[in-house]
Design a protein around this ligand. Structure first.
Ligand SMILES: [Zn+2]
Length: 397
């Protein structure tokens, strides 16, 4: 194993079939780490982050929508969230750079809000898709190969990008270079629950498990390792924010100097300065309501799920009770049959007894008669003897 952690630690521990773990900073490191530079797309069909990644890989391997579908659904699903978080720390007409802007939906929305936007994307095909879909300025290639002057941007955003980077230290150093002294870096990335083992995550059925995609998620950071990373690359100030999908993602904002948030009123005033900004304000309001409705719907689904489980459990109990009642009924039937059989045997025994009594009485009668007859016969013999002896003793005349 020659793979190092981004922090430089070569002593990595086995975490899962696809990942090592760095125990110094608590980052997961892919075991499928590419050896060459994957950021130069010369073959849209053959290079990993070429056209096929967006049209086939994400659909077939990850179960996501195509980039065309996502250019619509992401606006309502996540882009509004990201813009709302950006406005908390940066206001239009700030210069904004999005690294890995994909279909360009977020950039389009930010431009509508009044930001001056630039995007970068690896695939020329995707960059062109974003230009055509949202009319935004998109450059091709990683930030390391761009020629941005120091302090070109007031804000840099990276949503679902950090985990794909081969050299996050260098990329974030480029960000620090391209940001103004008061600029902010806004990032969303999966959150590895710090210092947990695979077994613990599996036992908890943790949603982060679906982020274990070693072919593309090269570094999976924990909150602990992200803090270390930011400090090392020139962002000593940071703040964690609520992520749109907080059960497996984290979101944070970082700055080279002080980090100051914008009051809501100031954010609204900044949007009110243009017609498209006012439209964006309306969109964000609807987005927030939609998110709240989704949360309520999810709570309702969870309640329904629990109720369904209760009903299932009750069905189980009912089935068990029925089985037990059937068993008891069968047992009672068996016992009843035994009682009936014993009763029948008892009836027969009584009948035999009565018959035997009759026969006994009959025998008694016969015995008595026999005795009587025997007595009469004996008496007769005696009398005959008496008579005969009397006759013999009587002198002859
Ligand atoms: Zn490390």
């Amino acid at each position: 194993m020659n793979q190092l952690c981004w922090c430089g630690n070569p002593d990595l521990r086995d975490f899962s079939p696809g990942y090592w773990r760095c125990d110094i900073c608590s980052t997961l490191i892919s075991k499928s780490f590419p050896s060459g530079d994957i950021t130069a797309i010369t073959d849209e069909d053959g290079d990993f982050y070429g056209k096929k990644y967006w049209l086939e890989h994400q659909v077939e391997k990850l179960g996501l929508e195509t980039i065309e579908q996502r250019s619509r659904s992401d606006l309502l699903d996540r882009c509004g969230w990201w813009l709302a978080k950006l406005l908390e720390f940066s206001l239009p007409p700030a210069q904004l750079l999005e690294i890995g802007c994909s279909h360009g939906g977020f950039l389009g929305l930010a431009e509508l809000a009044g930001f001056r936007v630039t995007g970068i994307e690896l695939s020329p095909w995707v960059a062109d898709f974003a230009r055509q879909s949202f009319g935004v300025d998109v450059r091709t290639g990683p930030i390391e190969r761009q020629v941005f002057q120091r302090g070109s941007f007031d804000a840099i955003c990276m949503f679902d990008v950090l985990e794909h980077l081969q050299d996050p230290v260098r990329t974030l150093e480029c960000c620090a270079h391209a940001l103004t002294p008061n600029g902010v870096l806004l990032v969303q990335t999966p959150q590895y629950p710090v210092r947990t083992d695979l077994g613990e995550l599996q036992e908890a059925k943790h949603p982060f498990l679906k982020m274990l995609l070693p072919d593309e998620h090269l570094f999976l950071f924990s909150d602990e390792s992200v803090k270390r990373l930011l400090s090392e690359v020139g962002f000593p100030t940071y703040e964690f924010l609520p992520a749109r999908f907080a059960h497996y993602d984290m979101m944070f904002v970082a700055a080279k100097g002080l980090l100051s948030g914008n009051p809501v009123r100031t954010q609204l005033e900044a949007l009110e300065k243009s017609a498209s900004g006012r439209l964006t304000r309306g969109f964000l309001s609807s987005f927030q309501q939609n998110i709240e409705l989704q949360a309520q719907r999810n709570d309702l689904h969870a309640s329904l799920g629990r109720a369904y489980q209760d009903v299932e459990r009750l069905h189980g109990w009912l089935a068990d009770a029925r089985t037990e009642a059937d068993d008891r009924r069968k047992d009672a039937d068996d016992r009843l049959q035994v009682i009936e059989r014993l009763s029948e045997e008892l009836r027969q025994a009584y009948a035999e007894r009565d018959q035997l009594r009759i026969e006994r009485d009959q025998l008694r009668i016969e015995r008595d008669e026999l005795r009587e007859r025997t007595t009469i016969r004996g008496l007769s013999k005696h009398l005959v003897k008496q008579l005969i002896s009397g006759i013999k003793r009587k002198p002859l005349p």
